[in-house]
Design a protein around this ligand. Structure first.
Ligand code: ADP
Ligand code: MG
Length: 319
């Protein structure tokens, strides 16, 4: 006998809640934000073939589904509180559900983020999570706050997820441990929650990199009414990335996507607090350019020479 809808919810997605007043099982979940805090809400959907390949292990898929949502909270400097899970499944495959829920709930536990409800239906595999976080009133990091003269930074390293995708596509060849490393970057991104929180009151703007650095940076520039110069050879790279051709390095780090790192701006006078925040969050940050009053994005290479911006950004309706 295969598992029914309510057995499935009970077995894989029902746990006792600690912080929320009411979790899975009623018509609504209930939870309160702490005094002086604002609720930060975000939702991201993952569709098979679009956001993940059928080859991904269920445990990693569970991790990634929540990670991309937590990354949005990180970009706002919010602390994760709770999430809901809307799931369309082709069938009640217990092996899949066991792995998926394990990966999902392990990351949830790591960030103290409770699963408080959702929806389950039969259909093509589709995962939609809504995440709730909290941030002190007026303290959220926004896309709109970058100021001329600010330094531009990015966390971690860029481009590995795209490099892994190119290996799957057959455009790049990588062996054994190198492939495993970039594949992990693609399948199990680590949301920069601690860094986002540590940057409250320091960063003037922030965004997470989901569609590629240049495209996501462009959102910040537009919302802030500013421009920037970016040092394209200053992009932080893994050792695997650093071993690729310069053309692939630039393509993957600047226009790769699926990085889930934070791009943020801060005044030069706060360079030391930025470094302290990075240390506190145990996350590397690299200065990659400067915000300027002149609109538009200017790219320069390691010699300070202008480079034409021929790099695309990911758009679901254009690619
Ligand atoms: P309703 O029909 O009232 O929307 P459902 O029958 O869909 O409720 O769901 C029953 C309970 O199980 C609700 O509390 C709902 O939030 C929860 N739930 C359903 N699917 C999931 C899921 N995938 N993960 C967590 N909770 C879920
Ligand atoms: Mg109901």
């Amino acid at each position: 006998m295969s598992l029914g809808e309510f057995d499935l919810i009970q077995k894989f997605f029902t746990r006792s809640v600690k912080r929320a007043a009411l979790g899975v099982g009623d018509d609504c979940a209930l939870f309160a934000t702490s005094p002086g805090m604002q609720l930060a809400v975000s939702s991201d959907m993952l569709v098979e073939g679009r956001h993940f390949l059928s080859t991904v292990a269920p445990e990693r898929l569970g991790h990634k589904a929540l990670a991309v949502n937590l990354s949005d909270l990180a970009a706002c400097g919010a602390k994760p509180v709770a999430f809901t899970l809307a799931l369309a499944l082709p069938r009640a495959d217990e092996r899949f559900l066991e792995g998926f829920s394990r990966g999902l709930l392990a990351l949830a536990d790591l960030h103290d983020c409770e699963l408080i409800g959702g929806d389950t239906t039969q259909g093509p595999l589709n995962i939609c999570i809504a995440v709730f976080g909290e941030v002190p009133v007026g303290n959220a990091l926004l896309r709109s706050g970058a100021k001329p003269g600010d330094d531009l930074y990015v966390s971690g390293t860029l481009g590995d997820a795209r490099l892994a995708l190119e290996v799957f596509r057959g455009a790049v060849a990588l062996e054994g441990t190198s492939f495993d490393a970039v594949r992990s970057a693609m399948e199990t991104p680590q949301p920069r929650v601690a860094l986002g929180m540590a940057l409250r009151g320091i960063a003037t703007s922030a965004i997470d990199v989901s569609d590629g650095l240049l495209g996501d940076l462009a959102h910040v520039l537009r919302r802030s009414g500013v421009g920037a110069t970016l040092e394209i050879d200053a992009m932080p790279r893994s050792t695997v990335m650093a071993a690729q051709t310069v053309a692939w390095q630039r393509e993957c780090t600047l226009a790769g996507g699926d990085d889930y790192e934070l791009i943020f701006s801060a005044p030069p006078a706060l360079a030391e607090p930025v470094r302290a925040a990075a240390r506190e969050a145990q996350t590397g940050v690299t200065r990659i350019g400067r915000i300027e009053a002149q609109a538009g994005l200017r790219l320069i290479d390691r010699d300070g020479l202008a480079v034409e911006n021929r790099f695309g950004s990911f758009d679901h309706f254009r690619s």
